[in-house]
Design a protein around this ligand. Structure first.
Ligand code: NDP
Length: 525
């Protein structure tokens, strides 16, 4: 008779689930990287200094850049190569530790070329310089073009890159040419389509990488693993067992230095069309037949197609909008949105929104999804909360006379990276009583390998040609199509000012949010 196989003893962390063994996790790079050049448009700007170059430097320090690799910054500002390197050095140092030896090796790959965005002649200069660097460093003609410029310039820059002959790939896709586009991808359905048309004039869809840095967060990628690599969740992940789902992305920060952009965007364009929709897709999509960029994005598209369209009227049934007034965050007084530098003192831009979404398919019929995001809330927290239904019949209720709390699964995304499941247990002691306890899994428990920041992961995936974590045009159009009537309801209605509920900075948003979502703000605490 065969003996049952002994299971390896799991290493015990706090509760749930127990990681088996202590494997250090995969290395930084799966597969090899082709030599390449990256051109950054808007190299004098905020995104380049705060995110892109620090991420590239960090990748370089972890051996995560191809060899050889060059970075060519361009913008209207006039810098020499050395002056731009100095600016980037300050930016990277301000971002965290700077290893001087590593920096010198990294900086030797940085170059700068002045360019005027609407002047074709300067693109010819850019092409000449790029070619010279490619020949000198042997990068083989593979190129990433990164649009770190205001969105109003995207179409023109992409079209001039194409007209200068820099975007066409070689035979069979070698050398390759890729385009990284930052959000916002348009302001509504019509402008998203226009942008798509402009991009399509120079680049094909397989060359386009529309960044949603939320998707590159470890804990966001973990949602699909949790759902589909475990047999126990999927059978109950539907309308039969789940009562409602809440997805929260709360920030304690205000509009900071980006008032110019935010005044035009507001919370619905800034957070909902992109990050919130992607989180919703991960929570609600069907399993793809295999793991790959296209099958996963196909399933997301199918989900976006299932979202119930909003009526043009009765916005109050599905939407709460707010704007922060003066208050206190972390014990210090902060200004009202309307008093922030660069904000119109009579601004009607929403800084908080709660949107109820219904998914019209077999799995989710009747289950509301609540998406909540806002600035200047009590604390920074991004999470998904899966609220299960109450037990159908409970004989303890007769004995205890107690309400039986329903199970709740919380997937922490940031800064708290824990997954917790609330269950009912017997409270210790002679008397029969219930208590709610949490089984908690800390995402980083027992991992000792390198961790990639979201921008690092996104840029690395782009260089690997993996579009899994990037938006595809069909998904964009479907989500803009869904939000267009919502934007219409909040921007073009007669009583726009009355729809916008004030809330004190440092709290949890307008009172009205609780009327639509009874779990609010408890769900965020
Ligand atoms: P910036 O406002 O810093 O602009 C980048 C550069 O573009 C500037 O340094 C400037 O360079 C040039 N520029 C700015 N305004 C104009 C103008 N009106 N006409 C011509 N050139 C102009 O942008 P960010 O770096 O903040 O953002 C870049 C892109 O990334 C935007 O699309 C933004 O929405 C997106 N994004 C930014 C994030 C961030 O944290 N900053 C986060 C997510 C997305 P010069 O004058 O030298 O040409």
């Amino acid at each position: 008779m065969s003996q049952p196989r002994a299971e390896p003893a799991p290493a015990v962390v706090q509760g749930f689930p127990e990681p088996v063994g202590d494997a250090p996790g995969p290395g930084l790079i799966e597969g090899s990287l082709d030599p390449a050049a990256m051109v950054i448009f808007g190299a004098s700007g905020d995104l380049t200094g705060r995110k892109l170059v620090p991420a590239l430097y960090s990748l370089f320090c972890h051996g995560g850049l191809p060899e050889p690799f060059v970075i060519l910054g361009c913008a209207r500002s006039r810098f020499s190569d050395d002056a731009w390197r100095q600016k980037m050095r300050r930016a990277v140092a301000g971002h965290g530790g700077l290893d001087l030896t590593a920096w010198d090796r990294f900086a030797a790959r940085l170059f700068y070329q002045p360019l005027v965005y609407d002047q074709p002649g300067t693109y010819r200069e850019l092409r000449r310089r790029l070619q010279e660097l490619e020949d000198g460093h042997g990068t083989g003609g593979n190129r990433v073009f990164n649009l770190a410029i205001p969105p109003g310039l995207y179409s023109e820059v992409v079209s001039l890159v194409g007209r200068a002959g820099m975007s066409a790939e070689g035979p069979g896709g070698s050398p390759w040419r890729r385009l990284v586009v930052e959000k916002p991808f348009g302001r509504d359905l019509a402008s998203a389509r226009e942008l798509s048309k402009a991009i399509a004039a120079g680049f094909q869809e397989h060359q386009v990488f529309r960044i949603d840095h939320y998707l590159a967060k470890e804990t966001v990628q973990n949602v699909l693993i949790l759902r589909f690599a475990n047999a126990i969740f999927e059978p109950i992940w539907n309308r039969n067992y789940i009562d409602q789902v809440t997805i929260i992305a709360a920030e304690s920060l205000g509009v900071e230095h980006r008032a110019g952009y935010y005044e035009q965007a507001g919370v619905l364009r800034d957070m909902f069309q992109n990050h919130m929709m992607q989180l919703l897709a991960l929570a609600a999509m069907e399993p793809p037949p295999r793991y790959g960029a296209e099958p996963v994005r196909d399933e997301k598209t199918k989900l976006f197609r299932s979202l119930r369209p909003y009526p043009a009227t009765n916005a109050g049934d599905y939407l709460v909008l707010g704007q922060y007034t003066a208050g206190q965050v972390d014990g210090r007084p902060v200004a009202a949105y309307r008093d922030e530098p660069g904000v119109d003192p009579a601004s009607l831009t929403p800084t908080f929104a709660l949107l109820k979404v219904m998914v019209d398919n077999w799995r989710w019929q009747g289950v509301p999804f609540f998406l909540v995001s806002g600035k200047r809330l009590a604390r920074k927290v991004t999470r998904m909360l899966i609220q299960f239904k109450e037990v159908p019949h409970c004989f303890f209720r007769q004995v205890l006379g107690e309400h039986i709390t329903a199970n709740r699964l919380v997937l922490g995304i940031q800064p708290d990276e824990t997954t917790s499941l609330t269950i009912q247990t017997k409270s210790p002691g002679a008397r029969l009583g219930l208590r709610s306890v949490k089984m908690v899994f800390d995402y980083n428990a027992d991992y000792r390998g390198p961790l990639l920041g979201a921008y690092e992961k996104a840029l690395l995936n782009c260089m690997q040609g993996d579009q899994m974590l990037f938006w595809r045009q069909d998904g964009l159009e479907l989500t803009w199509g869904l939000l267009d009537p919502v934007l219409h309801a909040c921007e073009r209605c007669q009583d726009r000012d009355q729809q916008l509920q004030p809330y004190a900075a440092g709290g949890w948003g307008p009172e009205a949010a609780r009327r639509l979502l009874s779990l609010w703000p408890e769900a965020a605490k």
